[in-house]
Design a protein around this ligand. Structure first.
Ligand code: GLU
Length: 422
């Protein structure tokens, strides 16, 4: 029997977004209800409360989550975000997207994700360290190098990974570098991991540029978000002669039709990617999305392009560098308007691909050159892009649905081989 009742799903929450497209993909592939029922929610979900001694001497209790979506293919894998807007629903959806991301890039993992409700921008380094260590203590039974391997995500970085690795090694009483990826190079991190997501987005754009026959150095690009992904991507594009005409951070955006001075902005941004505070005239984040450009790259958080603003979007191509920035309804409308949308689980997979390389290097104790990392990353992105594009053409569906179909295929096969579902 094939699943039905697509329309019942309200597309607004991230988990419902995930479930809606998952259901479409499973229907297209003629998989059973059992496959959908298995994958619509994570297999395991942990909620923890973390007491942290703050600098003023008081103890604050933080809430955190770890979601393990599916481990039929292998251990679960995915980042940890520190953000005030983290919710259980979002962490569950993000872990599902990680499963699909690992599926479509053929990594031997299922999806995982973690999150802590906090605002790192208003915390001291000491408070952040205590929170990071507390989170690892709280989830330590559930994670490990062959169980579930965390990594950075929104507002977490290599220093936080270092504290987490150190805490885990203390608990386990041996060095465990492969417990977590995105570490500093001096602690077993991989060369090229810091720029991996942005490089992956760039390689994706190169493939789109060939397909659409628009050379990169003739593109006008707007990037929402100037964090790890947005800022390094802006630099890569700038180096290749593209005009980055707009960028934004949490405070707002800046736009210049002649192109922004990206190296200058990169030099001036703080560790949270804030740079627009240097400018007197800024625009809002929503105004930025509506600016004239060839390529729009949302590289911040989810739910940015929706039915409310889709008519105002002027870009010809959208590359989803963030997770879940465009709602399903908006993608369908963009498709009607002739806008190409390259989906998140493909476009931003560079991060987890190089995390996988880092994990392999840790397990082998043999470290690769940056060139080898980048060559293999490019190869993986190209293979995945072509597979998604071919699937979308074959089934006459948009690239988002095509990506879900490729992503879910390996999960379904592995789950069937284990006799979890028919
Ligand atoms: N947080 C990143 C993502 O959403 C990277 C995950 C990883 O490296 O495991 O893909």
């Amino acid at each position: 029997m094939v699943v039905s009742n697509l329309n019942k799903i309200n597309k607004d929450s991230p988990l419902e977004q995930f479930q809606g497209i998952l259901k479409e993909a499973i229907q297209k592939l003629n998989y059973s209800d059992e496959v959908y029922n298995l994958l619509m929610e994570p297999l395991r979900f942990l909620e923890v409360r973390i007491p942290v001694r703050m600098d003023n001497g008081e103890t604050k209790i933080f809430t955190g989550y770890r979601s393990q979506h599916n481990d039929a293919v292998g251990p679960t894998k995915g980042g940890i975000r520190f953000h005030p807007d983290v919710t259980a629903d979002e962490v569950k959806a993000l872990s599902g997207w990680m499963s699909l991301k690992c599926g479509l890039t053929s990594l031997p993992y299922g999806g995982g994700k973690g999150g802590v409700i906090c605002d790192p921008r208003s915390m001291s380094l000491g408070e952040l360290e205590r929170l990071s260590r507390g989170y690892v203590r709280a989830i330590s039974q559930l994670v490990g190098p062959t169980k579930d391997i965390p990594a950075p995500d929104v507002y977490t970085n290599s220093q936080i990974m270092a504290w987490m690795m150190d805490e885990y090694s203390e608990i386990r009483e041996f060095e465990s570098p492969s417990f977590i990826t995105g570490k500093p190079v001096a602690l077993g991190g991989s060369l090229g991991r810091e720029t991996a997501t942005s490089k992956g987005v760039f390689y994706t754009l190169e493939l789109v540029s060939k397909l659409k026959q628009i050379p990169i150095n003739e593109m006008k690009v707007v990037i929402q978000g100037f964090g790890n992904v947005g800022a390094f991507l802006a630099l890569e594009l700038f180096k290749h002669g593209a005009k980055v005409v707009g960028i934004s951070d949490v405070l707002g955006g800046i736009y210049d039709a002649n192109g922004l001075d990206i190296p200058y902005l990169l030099e001036r941004r703080d560790s949270f990617g804030t740079v627009t505070n240097l400018y007197n005239t800024t625009i809002t984040n929503s105004e930025l999305l509506e600016k004239e450009c060839d390529v729009l790259i949302p590289a911040a958080i989810g739910g940015q392009i929706t039915s409310d603003n889709v008519e105002q979007v002027k870009a010809k191509i959208i590359i989803e560098a963030a997770n879940g920035p465009t709602t399903r309804k908006a993608v369908i409308r963009l498709q009607e308007k002739g806008v190409m949308v390259v989906p998140d689980i493909l476009a931003n997979s560079g991060g987890v691909i190089v995390s996988y390389f880092e994990w392999c290097q840790n397990n082998q104790g043999y470290y690769w050159s940056e060139k080898l990392v980048e060559d293999r990353l490019k190869e993986k992105i190209e293979e995945s892009f072509h597979e998604v594009n071919d699937t979308a053409n074959k089934y006459k569906v948009d690239m988002k649905l095509g990506a879900y179909m490729v992503g879910v295929r390996r999960l379904a096969i592995a789950s069937k081989l284990r006799s979890w579902v028919k």
